[in-house]
Design a protein around this ligand. Sequence first.
Ligand SMILES: NC(=O)c1ccc[n+]([C@@H]2O[C@H](COP(=O)([O-])OP(=O)(O)OC[C@H]3O[C@@H](n4cnc5c(N)ncnc54)[C@H](O)[C@@H]3O)[C@@H](O)[C@H]2O)c1
Length: 351
Amino acid sequence: MSKAVRVAVLGLGRLGTIHLENLIETGKNVVVQHIVDPIETLAKEKAEKYGIPSWSTDPKVACMDPNVDAVIITTPTQTHAELVTLAAQNKKHIFVEKPITNSLEEVDEVLKAINENNVLCQVGFMRRFHPKFMQAKQQIVAGKIGKPVYFKGFTRDNPPDKYPISPKSDFLVKSGGIFRDLAIHDFDLARFLMGSDVVSVRSSGKIVMNPSMAAYGDIDQASIYLEFASGAVGDIESSRNSPYGFDSGCEIIGTEGAIQIPTIRDQELTVLDIKGTHDLGTIFPSSLSQAFATEINAFIQAVLEGKATLCTEHDGVAALQIAVAADKSFKTNAQIELDKETVMNLRNKMV
Ligand SMILES: NC(=O)c1ccc[n+]([C@@H]2O[C@H](COP(=O)([O-])OP(=O)(O)OC[C@H]3O[C@@H](n4cnc5c(N)ncnc54)[C@H](O)[C@@H]3O)[C@@H](O)[C@H]2O)c1
C-alpha cells in the first residue's frame, strides 16, 4: 500500500457527506479520489466543491477504478450487499455503514466475497470509537468492574419529521425498522462492552407517538431483553420519540463495580432558562460527530497497516442477527434463541 489510501465514497447523502468531510478535514494519509451518487448534480457539485478528481453516477465505475484502494459505502441499506460484493470482487477494501446487509439471507455471499478476495471490511458502528464508550471498554478489559453481568443501554432518536434534525419519514419507510436501523447500534455496543455474544432475545414495543408508522409496519418505542453467552443479561430501550434531541447512554454492572454513561449529550450546550427551554443540539451530539471522524480514520489506518479493523464484517453480521431476532420476537411474542453454531463461530472471531 502506498503512503496514502485512495478512497471512493459511494452515496453522498447524510452519512456520505459526514464521512466525506471527515476524510477531507481530519483524514491522515488519505486521498478522496472518486465520489458517486445517482443524483448527478450532487456528485458533480460535491466533486467541484472539494476538488475531487473523479465523480460518477454508477458505483461500478468507482469500484473498477484502478486508482481506488478502498470504498466507503454510505448508500441505502438495500444496496449494501450488492455494493460490498462488487467492491470485494474488485479488490477494494470496504467501509460499509450499518447494517452490513439488509437481510441475513444476503450475508453468506457478502462474507464469501470479502474472504475470497482477502480485503478488509469495517462496519460503521461508530459508538465503538466514541471517547466514553472506548474508555468504558478499556476499564472493563482492565478488570475494573470485575465480570460484566448486566448491560443497560438506550438510544433515543428525534421524532420523525418534527424538528429540522429529525429523521425524515421517507428514510424511515425504507430503514428496515427500529431493530435493524436504530437498536442495532446498542446490540453492537452490548457485544463490544460485555465481551460476549448474545444468545437469546426477547423484545416488545408499540407505537406511542407516530401512528403513521403503522402503514409500514414499524414502531417508535421498543424494549429488548438480551441474554449473553457469558451468562450475563441486559436490556435496551430504543425510541424514536425523544423530545429533547438525539441521546444515548449505557450502564455496565460488574461483579466488582459498575460503569455509568448516563448520556452522551454532556458536551452539548444545554440551556434550561426560566421558560424551561433547552437547545436540541445538532443532528448528532458533538461527541458522536467526533466518533464518526475517529472511526473513518481508524479504517484508513487499518488499510495502511493491512491489519484487521476494529469492527469487522463478523461484528456486522452478529449485530444484524440480534436485530433480526429482536424483530422476530416482537412479531411472534416469543423469546428467540440465536443459532448456537453461528454464535460460536462469531465468538471465536470476536476482538
Ligand atoms: N452510523 C449511523 O449512525 C447512521 C446514521 C444514519 C444512517 N446510517 C446508514 O447509512 C446509510 C445511508 O443512510 P443516509 O441517511 O446517509 O441515507 P441518504 O438517503 O441520506 O443518502 C443515501 C445516498 O445514496 C445515494 N444512492 C442510492 N443508491 C446508490 C447507489 N447504488 N450508488 C451510489 N449512491 C447511491 C442516494 O442518491 C443518496 O444520495 C444507511 O445504510 C443507513 O442505515 C448510519
